[in-house]
Design a protein. Sequence first.
Lengths: 445, 607
Amino acid sequence: MNDTIAAISTATGVGAISIVRISGDEAFDIVNKIFDRNIYSFKSNTINYGHIIEGDKIIDEVLVSIFLAPKTYTKEDIIEINSHGGISVTNKILELLLTNGARLAEPGEFTKRAFINGRIDLIEAESVMDLIDAKTESARKMAINGVYGRLSKKINKLRDKALDIVSNIEVNIDYPEYEDIEVMTIEDIKKYSIELNEEIDDLLKTSESGKLIKEGINTVIIGRPNVGKSSLLNRLLDEDKAIVTDIPGTTRDIVEGSIRLNGILINFLDTAGVRKTTNTVEKIGVEKSLSLLEKADLVLLVLNNNEELTNEDRDLLEKTKDKKRIIVVNKSDLDEKLELDLPYVKVSAEKNDIEELLNKINELFKLEDINSGDMTYISNAREVALLKQAKESSENLINALENGIPIDMLEIDIRNIIDSLGEITGESYDNELIDKLFSRFCLGK
Amino acid sequence: MNFDAIVVGGGHAGCEATLSLAKMGFKTLLVSGNLDKIAMMPCNPHIGGSAKGIVVREIDALGGMMGKVADKTLLQMKMLNFSKGPAVRSLRAQGDKVSYPKEMQRLLKEDKNVTFLEDIVEDLIIEDNKITGVILSTGEKISSKCVILTTGTYMKADILVGDTRTRSGPSNTRPSLFLSENLERLGFRLLRLKTGTPPRIQRDTIDFSKTKMEPGDDKLYTFSFDDKPYYKVEDQEPCYLTYTTPETHEIIRKNLNKSSMYGGIKEKLGTGPRYCPSIEDKIVRFADKERHQLFLEPESRYFDDIYVQGFSTSMPRDVQEEMVHSLPGLENAKILRYAYAIEYDAIDSKDLYPSLETKIIENLYTAGQINGTSGYEEAACQGLMAGINAGLKMQGKEPLILKRDEAYIGVLIDDLVTKGVRDPYRLLTSRAEYRLLLRSDNADLRLRKYGYEVGLISKDQYDRLIEKENNINKIINELNDITIKSDKKMNGIEFIKRTENSISDIKDKLSKKYDELELEQAEIQIKYEGYIKKARKEAEKMRKLENKKIPKDIDYDKVPNLASEARVKLKEVRPLSFSQASRISGVNPSDIAILSVYMKRYFDEYK
């Protein structure tokens, strides 16, 4: 059972340092393969300087903390690699551990091992989780705590509704001869299940806000070359991060930067201008720009106020039409030559006039609402997953109703809804409860 | 006298226990207070019903006799919940109170391994916590290797009518006076339970024109997988539907304090069944309901009694007269037998292993109402399982424990030994979490192999099962290869999966004429494949924990950090697996986790 597990233990994102942790019988063997000093020579509970290497190449300058079993968090050998913060370096180190024999830890698996190996009891395990919560932004914690009761109430209300349907069906089944008990007809069930589905959906939508608070809004700035994307980025970040020239195609790689808007992180990604090009390097940049669109929470499509709409612009308008997007017409300080019958915001990166854009982002994501802490939202991955399960069951139910499936079969879907919702609040649990219990922990803890 | 087994009580549990032991080759003594009343139906005249009908089929699949006897003697048959889908369909037969017991008694008498004795058992002979025989009311001792108690409502039975309490079994039979006290002395925990029965009316004094006729189904059915129907559709006896009136409610309210339950009898009474309340209970609890349904059911072809289902009461006789005469159609009815409630001792079913052997005394088994259940079918299936398991133990074999995803019988027994009962336990479809797997139509496919293994199902019956299984597979394979031209080309399987289609639409395309039941089975398996798979997936999760055993000698006091309620409950139930432990109310997921860690640390074999 004890294979060796690894995970990034610090919060994802940019920080001064990141810690990658590895636990298990092979922890030393694996780290030794990617470390430039003899890891076996270090004593337990020491911190040691060295480099993470891949072949001859140095990946990062690191400090490794050595913990020998059994006096460790998991009662297994543990090594913690303290690297320079940064998503790519940290991910690279994790990747090296994984390619050298470690397995990616499941959420909460370190704590689960501590528990399974008998180091901590369940109550301690739960307090560890509280600790994780407490370490996060206090505002967020307060928000979560504040809404938690309301969330349970909402979920319980949904669950009760589903329970009502089931209990009524049950009565009909167990007492089929009694005419004076209200009979739950297919029509009734249909009506209830559509309501239920909508309510689950509403709740699920709030999870998006939860995700925004946690991870921020990934915003891709896209447009054909020289419409002023990099200038816009520099204005948004209020620093000259991207190189700005008059030469179209200056930006070939992705330039990143973040700001806080109403307390929510907005991660901007400036991309290479999209155009047909024969330059290999630029071509790669263009492809990258387009692939980033896929994962973006928000697209800022930049057009030039001073030019007429080109075919490349039209192409981009078409490509982004299903995304959450803001059309940004830049260079508003120059003569208006652009004709567009779509809603857009006007800015001038040159003149530092970007208020309208910021207001639009605010409005689009209702950032003020999120931050006021008024909303009941779900952010925990476990809860979202369970709610999605409930939603899937409720969709199955509606489908089955359409297809004339008999009541006894339908009930499986309703029961699944009840179980999924119940698991969120702890009313019910499924049999693989130990695994479930620990999936509440964030990854790597 | 020396016997392999003694069965105490000749009700539905006792009959199945006796017949299964005898069939397995054991010399079995059946002791009953009144041999003429063996297999009688003291309360409702029907067999089967929602969930219960499936149990009768399970009994038949395993080699029990209830289904076959009911098939031979029934007055009317219905398939309940037909439109609600295959998983909840269940047969319900109107039984005949004369010919049913007669037929069951015939089967018992024909078996050369069965000996009868008319007496009451009052004590047990115990040596080193093992049972070695029984002591009769006469003081006579009879020894045996094992004993099965199926005492029904007879332990310290009291009949309650109005303010009177009379020590007696149903229909003026002899109760057992001391057995329950002796069980308590041995360490069993006792429960006092109560149930009731409605008045019986003389048929020709009822004006049926004021009621609604409820005939049997037009289609013929049998409980047994071996039987062809013995009855004709047109020969079925109808039931009739009538309702209580505002006048009935008024009479009951006015006389409420005369009912045994509502003050007629001062001392605390046993706990009655929640699902089958007396009429006074219904009127008090559902005060705003204007009327309640009542079914008038024939009890036999051979006598005149009509049973008034839904009208059980413990009112004094004069009030019962008034109540009955307030019902439409019964204005001039003559009561042949008055309603009564009966109170009796039962044991705490948590004192049992899932084999129905008691944890306290080895080789002692209990089945039926003594375990806190109610209903003929619930009793019969326990009797069968106790008989089988007592037999297996004498053969030195492991007990047959049916899982919750295998049979309603498994659900029932697991509920009894894991959760215990507070009021008389009735099987409901809602108690079975995997009921899509536990259908009426597939009881033979689920259980016949077990019946064959323990020796209650003959080679001939088993061969027929195998043939049925093969034919079902053949049908499915053939359907896969058949091309149907509907709105588009599809194979037979895809065709049947569509809601509007049925297997009978295309059965002519099959290579031969298959049995209707085989076709039906193939159709259900095809049509509901997705749902059945879901249910199976759920069941597998349970199985996984079922395989994680808890040693019998675990000391829960040594398990650190258990919540105190969980500790108490675990000590009381002593579950055999993690799955069973997780079903105990008051044992939370965290307790299971703690227990799991404890086991990992302290028992090498669980690492």
